[in-house]
Design a protein around this ligand. Structure first.
Ligand code: HEM
Length: 404
């Protein structure tokens, strides 16, 4: 970090390129100097409110009438056609949002998650066998290729042969700001290709329905009307993207954090049922796989001593809220015994858009960590994670690991 760099995460490049400790120090500065809410003006003159306190993030996301999701969900505006393809329910307000969310909710209910547990265990067993043969491996590829995406692809009944390509497209979409991975044009082409694929999938499912989520969506009606091909396509993209990168990221950070705290790793391995639940919450608090979401003010709003004007963008930084010392003491410390780890906002801070897949993600993390720690007591990361350059997700591109 150069000394001349403003201590301010509004300057995108240094923000992306700085390590997590520096980002968090920047957020702490913002939080302290402005009660967790500050208007950031960018070089192009456009600006946004940056919400960095736990209380502020909750206040905004629990007030969907005054803070709408329909104008975009990411810091940077997307062209309307891109928002149509990528948005789906995450870019809707109630009541429409609820009507669509309800269509798939059953597939993510606690009962459905319980029923999936054994099958996720089988996928994790296959990962264990794969690792047993290789001894040293990249955690992101080994787990990412074999688990979160397979689960969501099975739920959607995406043909096996198509999966590697779709996984690659998701990486190209989310890697838009990491020039080692993608760029704006490549990302846009990837969205379009994915969107065309999902619309075609929908057409096929309408002709030959099964009992998967895509068939459910193709048969569903909202206000007496079937979903359009575009509505269906964007819904499937959202589920595929949200269900893949986030959990893969959470697992990679879990491995990094536990490797850096061998005594805590041992405690989880030795008393798995007792400790794993809280350990997962602490991992999610600490790493926040989704860094931010954005809302837009629908009217003038006074929050604390700040006056937000109708039309202003409001960016809620989950990672900053999860490191707010007013709620989490000594927030940078990783502690699987932290009493209130579960109060984190990594899945959202409440309100209608709270993560639909939270139960699935928690179950996947629990099953994978359980199988890995039981099979390989000495499993550990051998180098720090290689992080994705992104203002949106806290992605991990690679995490070298060894079982010896
Ligand atoms: C560790 C893993 C995950 C994290 C950290 C995470 C985080 C989030 C966050 C922060 C939001 C936005 C909440 C808001 O705006 O209030 C969200 C929404 C969402 N997530 Fe997750 N997520 C994870 C896993 C999953 C999985 C496995 C799925 C499965 C498909 C999923 C599906 C969704 C969907 C569909 C939404 C939009 C919900 C709505 O707008 O109503 N997520 N997630």
């Amino acid at each position: 970090m150069g000394a001349t760099r403003p201590a301010d995460p509004s300057v995108p490049t240094p923000f992306w390129d700085s390590d997590i400790a520096t980002r968090l120090a920047d957020f702490a500065l913002l939080r302290e100097r402005s009660d967790g809410l500050e208007f950031i003006t960018r070089d192009d003159g456009a600006g946004y409110w940056s919400v960095t306190s736990y209380a502020g993030v909750r206040a905004v996301t629990r007030d969907p009438l005054r803070f709408t999701s329909t104008r975009g969900f990411s810091l940077d505006d997307m062209p309307p056609e891109l928002l149509t393809m990528l948005g789906s329910i995450i870019a809707m307000d109630d009541p429409k949002h609820q009507q669509y969310r309800r269509l798939v909710q059953v597939a993510f209910s606690p009962r459905a998650i319980r029923q999936m547990t054994a099958y996720v265990g089988e996928l994790a067993d296959a990962i264990v066998e794969d690792i047993r043969e290789r001894r040293t491996f990249d955690f992101v590829e080994t787990v990412g290729a074999n688990l979160p995406f397979q689960v969501i692809a099975d739920l959607l009944d995406i043909p096996t042969a198509d999966r590697p390509k779709l996984r690659e497209l998701i990486d190209l979409i989310l890697g838009v700001d990491d020039h080692e991975v993608s760029d704006v044009d490549t990302s846009l082409r990837a969205v379009t290709e994915f969107f065309e694929y999902t619309m075609e999938l929908g057409r096929r499912r309408r002709q030959n329905p099964g009992d998967d989520v895509t068939s459910l969506l193709m048969q569903a009606e909202v206000d007496g009307k079937r979903l359009t091909a575009a509505e269906f396509g964007s819904f499937v993209i959202l589920l595929a993207a949200a269900g893949n990168d986030t959990t893969r990221t959470g697992l990679a950070w879990a491995m990094h954090l536990l490797s850096g705290h061998p005594e805590q790793k041992r405690a989880v391995a030795d008393g798995f049922d007792e400790h794993v639940g809280n350990a997962i919450e602490e991992v999610l608090r600490w790493c926040s796989p989704v860094l931010h979401m954005r809302r837009t003010a629908t009217e003038d709003v006074v929050l604390g001593r700040h006056a937000i004007a109708a039309g202003d963008k409001v960016v809620v930084w989950y990672i900053a809220a999860n490191h707010d010392p007013a709620v989490f003491s000594d927030p940078l410390r990783f502690d699987i015994h932290r009493g209130n780890a579960r109060d984190h906002v990594a899945f959202g801070a409440g309100g209608p858009h709270f993560c639909l897949g939270a139960g699935l993600a928690r179950m996947e993390m629990r099953v994978v960590l359980g199988k890995l720690l039981a099979a390989f007591p000495d499993l550990h990361a051998t180098a720090p994670p290689v992080t994705l350059r992104s203002v949106f997700v806290h992605g991990v591109k690679a995490l070298p690991c060894s079982v010896d």
